[in-house]
Each structure stands twice: as C-alpha cells, then as structure tokens.
Design a protein around this ligand. Structure first.
Ligand code: TRP
Length: 336
C-alpha cells in the first residue's frame, strides 16, 4: 500500500444495483481504475445508499457481492486501492448525524433526485411525498459523510452526481465556518466528460433503463447472441459502408487496437463485407477482452468468503482513517 503524502485522494462510491454492463465498464470502472495511477484511491460499495431502493435481502446481498466481484475482476487491485463497504465503516453514520446538524432542509429540498420523485408523484395526481423515504431525502447527507470522512480531494462521478458533491462542499463549508477551522477538506467533483458514449444494442446510449445492454459477464455464446441482435440498416453485402455511422464500429473502437480499427474501417469502405461478418469481428475482439474478466468474476463469485475477506480488509484500513477524522471532529464540536 502506498500512502505517499504528496498524492491527492480520489474517492468514489458505487451503488450495488443491477448487473454491470459494458457501458459501466467503459464509462465508470475503467476511468476510475486509471485514476488510481495518479491518486491514492478509496473506492467503496455504497450499500446503505442502495437500501433505499432494495428491500429484498437476498437481492441486496447478491448485488453487493456482484458489484464488488465486478470491480475486482475488471482490475481493481485491493493492495493499491482501499476497497470497502460503506456499511463496514460505521463512522460514516456518525458523521452523517453530525453533518445533519449543518445541512439545511432547504438545501436538501433542492436535490434533483428528490425533486424529480416529488414531481413524478404530482404528475400522477398523488401526494408529493408518496413513497418517498427519509433515506432518499437525506441521501446527499450520507453521501457527504462518505466523502468528507476520507479527506477526499477529488470525487470522480457521472454528471448526475455533481449536485451531490456540491452539497458536500456546502455542508462542509457550513461546518468549517461555524468552528472557524478547516476541519473538513472541501472536495471537488471530477466529471467523466470525455469517456465514450457506449451505444446499446438498439443504437441509443447503453443503459439499464433502456434494456439495451451487453452485460459485462455474459459468456461466449450469450455474448455472441447479443452482438448478433445489434440493429443495422438494410445495406447489402456488396455496398460500401460508413464506419462512422455504424454502431457495430463504435463498439468495435472500444475493444480493438488502432490497427484493427483501421483494417475494419477499410473493409467497410471497400464493400463486400456484410453486417453479419462485421458482427463476427466485433464478437472476436469483445470476447478477447471480456473473457478473462468473466473468468476472474466467476472465480470470485464461487468463493464468497474470499470476496468478503477482501472487503473486510479494506474496511479495516478505511476505519483507521475514518476514526481519525471523527475523533478530530468530535473534539472540535464538544462531544468527545
Ligand atoms: N450516489 C452515487 C451514485 O448513485 C453513489 C455514491 C454514494 C457516491 N456515495 C458516494 C459517489 C460518494 C461518490 C462519492 O452513483
């Protein structure tokens, strides 16, 4: 473990919901793993955040393990990254209580996710707060605790999460202001802007909510079948094709080397290659990258004790940092 003092800290949380797909892999996992080269990384499974929406214990447990195994299989090195579960660091919840005293209700009223839920209710003619639990309402406070507990400098997130990071800044600022001391480090969001939009099977952005995903761990035959389902136009085999307007080619670029990309683009333009053949070539490079990940994933899922031990070890490391922040804070606020 490198604890170099000069390295800035990157922290992010992953909610355990659903099955990882290649959109998550290229959009979130790979960029976060790349950051671990330059930052001291602290990545965790936000399991208590997931409880707001997942009330089935078997499903939640499976989702936690699945997401942890997925990140590890994709290359997260637990020797290099502190990798833990939010629930494994109870200091988080104590800090959330402290932060609640500094988070104005008005601030939380303005949270996009909460406002959208209220709006949906109103559109359906229901009471604005129907079905909305306090966990959803105070979600940004818990997320602020996740971030502030670990002195994060940067928080890599998707665009939809930037407001939450800004709220963490506001809450930390309010606390620091009250005690006239920089007790909590003010974090910055790092938004994943330039990551490729991964097209789904139907050409729209790959997303669980569109049902157009390629799961990261679909096995050889299943993967091939999904790729064969990609929607194409009706151009015949002999026709020259435009790589830049082809989803098959957009997906190909994510997995193929530069040389392979140039070669396939030339074949597109020359004509004589049908969509079926292009899909076979896409399957080849996709399976080449995904099959080792799938192998590691299956091995981890077959040994849940090993997986749990990795997360427990990470949680212990995380708690050492967390308890430092918390005792400093408790002293400062007069509860020690
Ligand atoms: N809210 C984030 C999401 O839905 C997950 C999350 C929880 C998180 N705690 C965090 C992200 C702390 C960054 C930092 O994606």
């Amino acid at each position: 473990m490198r604890y170099a003092l000069f390295m800035k800290i990157a922290l992010t949380g992953v909610k355990p919901t659903g099955v990882l797909h290649i959109g998550n892999y290229f959009g979130a996992i790979k960029p976060a793993l790349l950051l671990t080269e330059k930052y001291e990384a602290r990545y965790f499974i936000a399991d208590y955040h997931a409880l707001n929406v997942m009330k089935n214990p078997a499903e939640l447990k499976a989702a936690i393990r699945g997401i942890a195994a997925g990140w590890l299989a994709a290359g997260l090195d637990p020797e290099k990254v502190i990798f833990y579960r939010q629930s494994g660091v109870p200091e988080t919840f104590e800090l959330a209580t402290i932060l609640s005293a500094f988070a104005s209700k008005g601030l939380l009223n303005r949270a996009h996710a909460y406002k959208a839920a209220v709006q949906r209710n109103i559109e359906r003619g229901e009471d604005g707060d129907a079905g909305i639990n306090m966990g959803l309402f105070t979600y940004p406070v818990l997320m602020a605790a996740d971030i502030l507990l670990f002195n994060a400098d940067v928080v890599p997130v998707g665009r939809d999460q930037t407001q939450h990071v800004e709220m963490a800044q506001d809450i930390a600022g309010a606390l620091n202001f009250n005690y006239k001391k920089d007790l909590l480090k003010i974090p910055e969001a790092v938004v994943r802007e330039d990551v490729a939009v991964v097209p789904g099977l139907d050409g729209r952005k790959m997303s669980k909510s569109y049902g157009n995903t390629i799961p990261l761990f679909s096995g050889g035959a299943a993967l091939r079948k999904l790729i064969m389902r990609i929607v194409t136009n009706s151009q015949g085999v002999e026709e020259s094709k435009d790589p830049d307007s082809s989803q098959i080619f957009s997906l190909y670029k994510l997995f193929a080397t530069e040389d392979e990309q140039a070669a396939l683009a030339a074949r597109y333009r020359a004509g004589g290659m049908g969509w079926g053949e292009a899909k076979e070539e896409l399957f080849r490079v996709t399976d080449r990258e995904l099959s080792p990940i799938r192998g590691r994933f299956d091995a981890l899922m077959a040994e849940p004790e090993r997986l749990d031990a990795i997360l427990k070890d990470g949680s212990e490391k995380a708690r050492r940092i967390a308890s430092g922040t918390l005792s400093r804070l408790r002293k400062a606020i007069g509860i020690d």
